[in-house]
Structure formats: structure tokens, C-alpha cells
Write a protein that binds this ligand. Structure first.
Ligand code: GLN
Length: 536
């Protein structure tokens, strides 16, 4: 295919309509036609990356193999496309301004007044073109975060306008997604918000080629006609995006409503068939489960389920591959430590428990109680990062006689800091991109559950932590029966996996297996966990 084809995706009316999922879905069916698709996200906020944001406010921080901390939409891109995204593919206002200001200070614009246009827009365009070139991309799907009309993302929209002008007409296409509410009182879908949003877009010099209507149901014929008439797009360029039970249905729904032919027409793509057969089968499994298990996720960000989205998606991947439905019940462990509920009451008969990643002391004792309960009552338990650390603290206290053992993150004065700060992290004061981040190799021990789960000796998984199992305590943990089954390959003292024999599934990882789970290739760790939950 000559030249990169650009698909810009903007949103209107409301945030949270699922633009990331639509971007991933469009990417998916283009990829299934054999194109090399690169997803890019532009975020208006001034943080350089979302690594310093509270997950309850912004949703999960997704970690890439290259160590980048990025917007959670990258999780959707990777889960749909199965590609390793790069930190550079997430443009934030913070990153853009930082580099423009650095250039100004180093004299790169000497003599010039540095302005939003052209200096900031040029920086955005330069970065986008660089990605296209370096990745040899057939197609780039660029999602512009936020909604049209927000002050924050204006500069990105202006850059898109300029790019559309520079590119050959058939090399770019603008997809705008809005909300089409259904008004109960009058019993019809209302198009006015869409009309206003498209007007707003027009006023920025951007003309949408395709409109996607997020609605409870499919868009009615009448609704499509009206949107077409008022918003200046042909009727078949108005596509439905109704509510779905499973997000993995979105690519199939968009295909069904003609999205692929519209994009092919807009971008003059050659006529190749797509292959979504496997995807379709997996979606069918997900929708028609033969079995079901209930899993409790113990955390403190449970107010916003988006803070654990990669975990709940990894569980869905397992559902699609096992045919067993997984329902998640989120537990606030502060309630356990405050004595409001017992562990048993909180778990409420769950078939398995996940203690996910986390930071700080709030809720930690509650998680330790959950770990003890699961260990003693043989409930399958998967610990992730902080989960591993607290499971080790529990084991140290109750099986190794190390009373009061803790992570020094939770208790600086603990007599037994079984979890302690990584030596390389000791002198780091700055925040943002400073943890031990991204993909690292792990060697797995012989005759371990880890080896059985992965079926190989060496794995690569993603990390995001400052603390580790304190090497001084490795011997005593092992003497008391804890199996340290995965080790960092380079920094050979760092424990990456712990497990216990004589338990249906007691397994914890210092890494986050949820970040590498995709719909078509689920995480072996999650598959092992769900299978063991199915057996209890
Ligand atoms: N707070 C812990 C650490 O920094 C765990 C981090 C996490 O769970 N991602 O090591």
C-alpha cells in the first residue's frame, strides 16, 4: 500500500463513550486485512504521562513493554491488536510542551517568538510522522482524547487539521463519535447533540467523513437519515455503536454496520478480505458460557472498576478460551481491617481471589488477612505485585515466626522488613517514570507451577514497582516451604514469582501478567488461575 493511511478519531458530547474501544476495533479489522496498524493516542492533560495520576480519577495506568506508563486506552489497543505499543505513541500536552520548552531553552528557535502555531503544532505533526516512518505503518489510528470543544485538546485538533490539509485527500479520514441519547418521554433517538458537536468540529476546520453514534440500541433508519442531512455525511457513513454485553463484540458490530467498506472507500484501500473468524468464535464462547466461577478482587481502588480494567479483561480472555464465565466481585479491604466485615463475609463464597497491585498502607492489613484465609482454606489465590508482597508478609508472620513482618512501604519501623525497597530505588526522589518499569526477563525454576503454567524456561513480563522481597529473608522463606520459582534474569536476586505446594493454586507474581493478556492470547497465569478456580 503506498503511503500511510491515517484515521483520526475524535469524540463529542460526552467523554467516556468508548472511543478507545472504537479505535482499537477499527485497528483490529484493518489488521485482520493484513495491514500493519499503529495505534496512537493524544491526551490533552499536562502530565507528561499518567504514571503520577490517581487511578480512581483517571483509571488504570497501563505499562508498556518499553517501560512507558500510558493511558489505559493502550490496554484496549494491545488487547485487541496483540501488538507491543511504544511510549512514544502516547502524545500528551505535557510531553509536547516539555520538548518545545526544552528546544526553546537550547536555542533551537533562536530569534523567533515561540507560539502554539506553528511551533507546538509542528512538534505534534513531527512526532506523528516520525511514528509512521519508524514503524513503516500501513495505517495509523490516531485517537484524540477528550471531547471536541475542550480547551485541552484544541492544539491536537489544530494539528490534525493541518495534517489533513498536507496529506493527499485519500490518505486521511476523520471519524467522529458522539452520543445519540434515547429520550424516553418522546420515544425517539435525539440527534441534536450530534448536530452541535459536528458544528463545533466544523468550526475548527475539521469535516467528519464518518459519524459513529453511541446509543443504547442500533441507530434507527430515521436517526441515520437525520444525522446525514444535518451533518453533511452520506447516510451509509453514519454507523451505529450500540451498548454491548462484551466489548469484543464492537469490531463485529462496526463491520456489520458497514464501517469497513466506508473506511475502505474513504481511504481507497485495496479490496482484501478480512479474517475475523477466530475473533468471532471467541466472542461466541464469551457470550455462551458453559460454566461459571466467581472471583473476588481485593483492593482499595474498587470505587472505579476502571482502575483494574486489565485484570477484569484478562479474566474475560480466560472466559473466551475456557468457556467458563468469570464474574468479579470487588472487595474493599479497608472494611476487613476496620472490623466491619470478616474475610469470609467479604469473599462470600468466591471460587478464587486476586490481590492486585497497589500502593501505600491503607487496606494492606485487610489484604494480609485475605491472604491468610486463602492460604489456610485452600482457596485459589493470585497475588500481583503488591499482592505478592503482602502474601509474603503474611507467610513470614504466620509460618516463619517473624512476628510483625511487613513491607517497609507499609511500616518503616517493622522488625522484619521482608519486603524492602529495591537498592536502585533508594536514592530516587523524583516521581514519574522512576519505578522499576516495563518488560524484564524471568527465569523459571524446574518442577514449579510457574514452569508448568508457562511451559517454558524463560518469560518476559511487565513490572511497575519500587519494593521487592528482601534478599536477607529468602532463606527463611524457603526453609518454611515457600517456593521462590521465578528470578529476574539480569538482577538475579530479585524474586519474581512465589508459590506454595500443597495448595490448589497459591501463586504470586512481582510482575503484572494482566498487561500482556490479549483476547486472542490470554495470559498463562490467568488461565492457570481460572482453571484452578473451575476445579474447586
Ligand atoms: N507498592 C509496591 C511497590 O512499589 C507495589 C506496586 C504495584 O503493585 N504495582 O513495589
Amino acid at each position: 500500500m503506498p503511503g500511510t493511511k491515517w484515521i483520526f478519531i475524535t469524540g463529542g458530547v460526552l467523554s467516556g463513550l468508548g472511543k478507545g474501544l472504537v479505535s482499537a476495533s477499527i485497528g483490529k479489522f484493518l489488521q485482520s486485512r493484513g495491514y500493519n496498524v499503529v495505534p496512537v493516542k493524544c491526551d490533552g492533560y499536562l502530565n507528561v504521562d499518567p504514571g503520577t495520576m490517581n487511578p480512581v480519577e483517571h483509571g488504570e495506568v497501563f505499562v508498556l513493554d518499553d517501560g512507558g506508563e500510558v493511558d489505559m486506552d493502550f490496554g484496549h489497543y494491545e488487547r485487541f491488536l496483540g501488538v507491543n505499543c511504544k511510549f512514544e505513541w502516547n502524545l500528551t500536552s505535557g510531553k509536547i510542551f516539555q520538548s518545545v520548552i526544552n528546544k526553546e531553552r537550547s536555542g533551537e528557535y533562536l530569534g523567533k517568538t515561540v507560539q502554539m502555531i506553528p511551533h507546538v503544532t509542528n512538534e505534534i505533526k513531527k512526532r506523528l510522522h516520525k511514528i509512521a516512518r519508524e514503524e513503516d505503518a500501513d495505517s495509523i489510528v490516531v485517537e484524540i482524547g477528550g471531547t471536541v470543544g475542550d480547551m485541552e485538546n484544541m492544539i491536537f485538533l489544530e494539528a490534525v487539521r493541518q495534517m489533513r490539509l498536507d496529506l493527499p485527500e485519500k490518505d486521511s479520514c476523520l471519524v467522529h463519535m458522539t452520543l445519540v441519547p434515547w429520550l424516553k418521554a418522546v420515544g425517539e433517538q435525539k440527534t441534536k447533540p450530534t448536530q452541535h458537536s459536528v458544528k463545533e468540529l466544523d468550526s475548527l476546520g475539521l469535516e467528519a467523513d464518518v459519524l459513529i453514534g453511541r446509543a443504547e440500541n442500533e441507530l434507527d433508519k430515521k436517526t441515520k437519515e437525520k444525522i446525514s442531512l444535518f451533518c453533511n455525511v452520506p447516510e451509509d457513513h453514519v454507523i451505529s455503536n450500540p451498548d454491548v454485553e462484551q466489548v469484543y463484540m464492537i469490531p463485529l458490530n462496526l463491520l456489520e454496520d458497514g464501517m469497513e467498506s466506508v473506511i475502505s472507500e474513504e481511504l481507497e484501500l485495496s479490496d482484501r478480505g478480512h479474517d475475523m473468524k477466530k475473533w468471532r468464535e471467541l466472542v461466541e464462547n464469551l457470550r455462551n458460557p458453559e460454566d461459571s466461577v466467581k472471583i473476588s478482587i481485593c483492593g482499595k481502588y474498587t470505587d472505579l472498576e476502571d482502575s483494574y480494567v486489565s485484570i477484569s479483561e484478562a479474566l474475560k480472555h480466560c472466559s473466551a478460551h475456557t468457556g467458563c464465565e468469570v464474574t468479579c466481585n470487588y472487595i474493599e479491604t479497608t472494611e476487613i481491617e476496620d472490623g466491619k466485615k470478616t474475610v469470609e463475609e467479604s469473599l462470600d463464597g468466591a471460587d478464587g481471589v486476586i490481590i492486585p497491585g497497589g500502593f501505600g498502607s491503607r487496606g494492606a492489613e485487610g489484604k494480609i488477612d485475605v491472604a491468610e484465609y486463602c492460604r489456610k482454606n485452600k482457596v485459589p489465590i493470585l497475588g500481583i505485585c503488591y499482592g505478592l508482597q503482602l502474601m509474603v508478609a503474611e507467610f513470614a508472620r504466620n509460618e516463619c515466626g517473624l512476628s510483625g513482618a511487613n513491607s517497609s512501604e507499609v511500616d518503616k519501623e517493622t522488625a522484619h522488613p521482608v519486603i524492602d525497597i529495591l537498592p536502585e530505588q533508594k536514592n530516587i526522589e523524583t516521581k514519574g517514570g522512576t519505578m522499576r518499569l516495563g518488560g524484564h526477563e524471568t527465569s523459571l525454576g524446574e518442577d514449579t507451577l510457574a514452569k508448568e503454567i508457562y511451559g517454558t524456561q524463560e518469560i518476559r513480563e511487565r513490572f511497575r514497582h519500587r519494593y521487592e522481597v528482601n534478599p536477607d529473608y529468602h532463606p527463611i522463606l524457603e526453609e518454611n516451604g515457600m517456593v521462590l520459582s521465578g528470578w529476574a534474569k539480569k538482577e538475579n536476586k530479585i524474586v519474581q514469582i512465589v508459590e506454595l505446594d500443597d495448595h490448589p493454586f497459591y501463586f504470586a507474581t512481582q510482575f503484572h501478567p494482566e498487561f500482556t493478556s490479549t483476547f486472542e492470547n490470554p495470559s498463562p497465569v490467568f488461565m492457570g488461575f481460572v482453571r484452578s478456580c473451575m476445579m474447586v
